[in-house]
Design a protein around this ligand. Structure first.
Ligand SMILES: *Cc1c(COP(=O)(O)O)cnc(C)c1O
Length: 217
């Protein structure tokens, strides 16, 4: 069996170095993260605030933590001082909250807007039309303590690559349309099962869990 270290370096060797791989370590132990860290990997993703806080406490401070799961407003405060990138901003209310909490500690916080591109029962994210409308109306101007670096999306859970491709394409078209205006740098699409399709659709940030760490129980 290949080590998680080998799995990650194999994937990295196949993709452009401009693409950031976020190793999604949710449910996985500290020592798995350390193995990759000691091998020079610094970007890790978690989807639960509680787990993120514990891991942040126990692990080296130069790890770049990515929050990729739904973030409740009352938990923003707990991660605001150390989070590297919040991928999962799915409402104006949570964006306002992040701005308020960031202002209190005078730290500019990096975020992505999560867009609902799948027809599935995924509950979170702005609708495509909604996000397009917001961006057309220059609404990001008023956030002094938030850097919106780009967009994030999750494709449908399906074997049908055409569906996944269409979903990624739709998100990339909005991303590309507003890239210049907002100086976007980051399109976070692609997970273990669909990252190759995501790369074909301009992804420069992959969130990879099971393909590196093995299946989660
Ligand atoms: C768990 C998770 C991933 C990683 O999923 P894998 O299929 O294991 O690669 C990526 N993005 C989000 C938002 C997740 O919750």
């Amino acid at each position: 069996m290949k080590s998680i270290k080998n799995k990650l370096s194999e994937i990295k060797s196949k993709i452009d170095e401009k693409v950031t791989v976020v190793a999604v370590s949710k449910t996985k132990p500290i020592y798995d993260i350390l193995k990759l860290y000691e091998d020079g990997h610094f970007d890790f993703g978690e989807n639960k605030v509680q787990e993120l806080i514990v891991k942040n406490k126990e692990l080296p401070k130069d790890i770049k933590w990515h929050m990729i799961g739904h973030l409740q407003r009352n938990k923003v405060k707990q991660i605001i001082s150390f989070i590297h990138l919040i991928h999962s901003v799915d409402s104006i209310r949570v964006l306002n909250k992040i701005n308020d909490e960031a202002k209190k500690i005078n730290r500019k916080v990096n975020v992505l807007l999560q867009v609902k591109i799948s027809e599935n029962d995924l509950k979170y994210g702005f609708d495509l039309n909604e996000v397009q409308n917001l961006l057309e109306n220059d609404f990001l101007k008023k956030y002094d303590f938030v850097n919106v670096l780009g967009l994030m999306g999750m494709a449908s859970f399906t074997q049908n690559n055409n569906i996944i491709n269409d979903e990624f394409k739709a998100l990339n078209s909005i991303y590309s349309k507003f890239k210049k205006t907002y100086k976007f740098t980051t399109l976070s699409i692609g997970m273990s099962g669909d990252y190759e399709l995501a790369l074909k659709n301009n992804s420069n940030m992959l969130r990879l869990g099971s393909i590196i760490f093995g299946h989660r129980s």
